[in-house]
Design a protein around this ligand. Structure first.
Ligand SMILES: Cc1ncc(COP(=O)(O)O)c(C=O)c1O
Length: 383
């Protein structure tokens, strides 16, 4: 791997300019058919590209850039983050196996496990983000699934300790690293075997592409590629192009999301209407020490627990905001806010009042704070 810092590598990894008349980012290749010059070449099967589904220069550029950032032996791209989660699990688990999943995972990860994977004979149980997983491992545990910080609760996990315990048991470690991206946390360097990313979020960065990937270490690369092929998974040239274009500016965007997110979080923390902020980069957050040890930054996504107020007061606060859209995604240029319903944790997670999830976009932090201030005025009118 290059000695250059990741911010530098973001601008150059995956370039194939020499093969494309000097064009700096690999153009969009739309292809199903790929021709061979003769039967000898067909038989030899050594062409870099053989059929659209199995890759084009567009997918290769994107996946190559990601492998470099992740320190991975191989990356495969798919059409969404959820597809990446399903692929990672299916590449290590089969009928009769057990997967141990963190209870703060993205809700559709649970749905996948409890509905579809259950039908195929894969059992799931859950652990709390701070648990020593040893006691939860079963003889048939094949995979431990992590997400750090977790969706909605933003609790940080000790990935190194989890990986050590899982590997001692012969289980693989899978991690949804969408919050940090490989720029702020490197899963494989912390012992993760399969690093999962909803590239829909910060990698795409412009709220206009659905894309996912799984990056594997050496030991898991061949099987990952095989299962990706067997399931017929694929990401389009257009989407990989957008993914690679997003990679080029990921460094500056994430720094800005971090700065604005922290400005909002700190301001909200001092508001009388707020009970608690869920943001591991704040020094008094319970996950701060782990975050500081393992992460090199924070993105713009965090939680706010309000003091108890009525649903109407929350609606007055949220509905009137001018700069925050109401929407489920995040990682784009725009600020967003949604109510977060924390449920089904294996341990009690007590929220003092309504929970909101905020995504700090690329707008001016002062404008966003002024907007929130107006929101609190509306909220008070409903108390
Ligand atoms: C943490 C996390 N992982 C995975 C996903 C799924 O990504 P996609 O919507 O691309 O399937 C999301 C989407 O919100 C997410 O928040």
């Amino acid at each position: 791997m290059s000695k250059d810092r990741p911010e530098t590598r973001l601008t150059s990894e995956g370039r194939m300019s020499a093969e494309h008349f000097g064009v700096i980012n690999t153009p969009v290749y739309r292809a199903s058919t790929i021709l061979y010059p003769d039967l000898k070449a067909l038989k030899a099967n050594t062409q870099p590209y053989t059929y659209g589904r199995r890759g084009t220069p567009s997918t290769e550029s994107f996946e190559g850039a990601i492998s470099s950032l992740e320190g991975a032996a191989r990356t495969v791209s798919v059409t969404s983050g959820v597809q990446a989660i399903a692929l990672a699990i299916l590449s290590v688990c089969g009928t009769g196996d057990h997967i141990l999943v963190v209870d703060s995972c993205y809700e559709p990860t649970r749905t996948l496990c409890e509905r579809t994977l259950k039908r195929y004979g894969i059992q799931t149980s859950y652990y709390a983000p701070g648990d020593d997983i040893t006691a939860h491992l079963k003889p048939n545990t094949k995979a431990v699934f992590c997400e750090s910080p977790g969706s909605l609760t933003f609790e940080v996990q000790d990935i190194g300790a989890i990986a050590e315990a899982a590997h001692a048991h012969g289980a693989s470690v899978l991690m949804d690293n969408t919050w940090a991206t490989p720029l702020f946390f490197q899963p494989l360097a912390h012992g993760v075997d399969l690093s999962i990313q909803a590239a829909t979020k910060y990698i795409g960065g412009h709220a206009d592409v659905m894309l996912g990937y799984v990056a594997a270490n050496e030991r898991h690369a061949a099987r990952l590629h095989q299962v990706h092929g067997d399931l017929g998974l694929y990401a389009s040239g257009d989407d990989c192009f957008l993914g690679l274009r997003g990679v080029r500016t990921l460094g500056v965007r994430l720094k800005q999301h971090q700065e604005t997110g922290l400005a909002l979080a700190r301001w909200l923390k001092d508001r009388p209407e707020v009970a608690r902020i869920l943001h591991p980069a704040l020094p008094d957050d319970p996950g701060h020490a782990l975050w500081k040890r393992d992460f090199s930054g924070a993105c713009g996504l965090f939680g706010v627990i309000l003091k108890p107020v009525s649903e109407a007061a929350v609606a007055a606060f949220v509905d009137g905001l001018q700069h925050f859209g109401i929407g489920y995604s995040w990682g784009g240029f725009e600020s967003l806010i949604v109510p977060a319903h924390i449920k089904r944790t294996v341990r009690p997670f007590v929220a003092e009042g309504p929970v909101l999830r905020i995504h700090a976009g690329l707008e001016d932090a002062g404008d966003l704070i002024a907007d929130l201030e107006q929101g609190f005025k509306r909220l008070k009118e409903h108390i």
